[in-house]
Design a protein around this ligand. Structure first.
Ligand code: ZN
Length: 243
């Protein structure tokens, strides 16, 4: 069984469609780690496409913002404006789809969350120390997270109670080896690791192998739609810088 592992589509249909084309025929099921909407111009198109796939999807903080489940005053003004636009734009049916998303899911050797095992909606795992604090909060060998929009692998170091981070080696199969790990596939629709290409991963469960991938997409066409909908300038320009 091969899984397409994706996160943080952020209403960027062009990036989502490009990723699905890039790995066509390479997977049987999709794990989506949340933030399907927010920031980007295509919330309904992204939810509609996701619904056609065999998938399991989790809730992210931007999905909750679009549902009015959290106080958007905690967002910066640009993110807040995009969240309000998203809420008004989502169809009734797609709002109901987002409402039904779980916050965590455990399947076999894998725990899935949007942000972190101990704070599934909110916490950013941006450094090994924070990763180390999260290992006691899940029981499976492996945990997939999104939220930071930065692809990475954190490994638990049992002897020191610490964790080490490893940058992804794109297009190279990475053996999971049974060591406890927290893996972030990166973001499809708004990468923030100074690489504007859409990020995703392919997990081969039978062989215990994960592969990080990147693929360029037509950023300009997404930016044009964002201008058309009057979305905040900073959200438009950041796409081309991967920030
Ligand atoms: Zn996000």
């Amino acid at each position: 069984m091969r899984i397409l592992v994706i996160s943080d589509i952020h209403a960027n249909y062009t990036a989502f469609d490009t990723v699905l084309g890039h790995c066509q025929g390479e997977w049987e099921f999709v794990w989506c780690l949340g933030d399907v909407v927010g920031y980007g111009p295509d919330p309904n198109e992204c939810v509609d496409r996701l619904k056609t796939l065999p998938q399991l999807c989790l809730a992210g903080n931007h999905d909750w913002a679009a549902l009015d489940r959290l106080d958007v005053r905690t967002f910066n003004p640009d993110a807040r404006r995009a969240a309000e636009w998203t809420r008004e734009t989502l169809t009734e049916e797609n709002t109901r789809f987002l409402e039904a998303l779980p916050v965590t899911f455990v399947i076999g050797d894998y725990t899935l969350v949007h942000a972190s095992p101990r704070e599934p909606i909110w916490e950013y795992i941006l450094e090994p120390m924070v990763a180390a604090l999260n290992f006691p909060h899940f029981e499976t060998p492996y945990c997939f997270v999104g939220h930071t929009h930065q692809p990475v692998i954190y490994k638990m170091q049992e002897s020191e109670g610490n964790a080490a981070s490893e940058s992804p080696h794109y297009d190279e199969p990475y053996a999971l080896n049974g060591e406890r790990q927290i893996i972030n596939p990166g973001s499809i629709g708004q990468p923030r690791d100074q690489n504007p290409d859409a990020a995703y991963g392919i997990l081969d469960i039978s062989n215990g192998v994960f592969e990080h991938r990147r693929v360029p997409y037509d950023i300009r066409s997404v930016q044009r739609r964002m201008y058309d909908y009057n979305l905040p300038e900073r959200l438009i320009t950041r796409l081309e810088h991967g920030l």
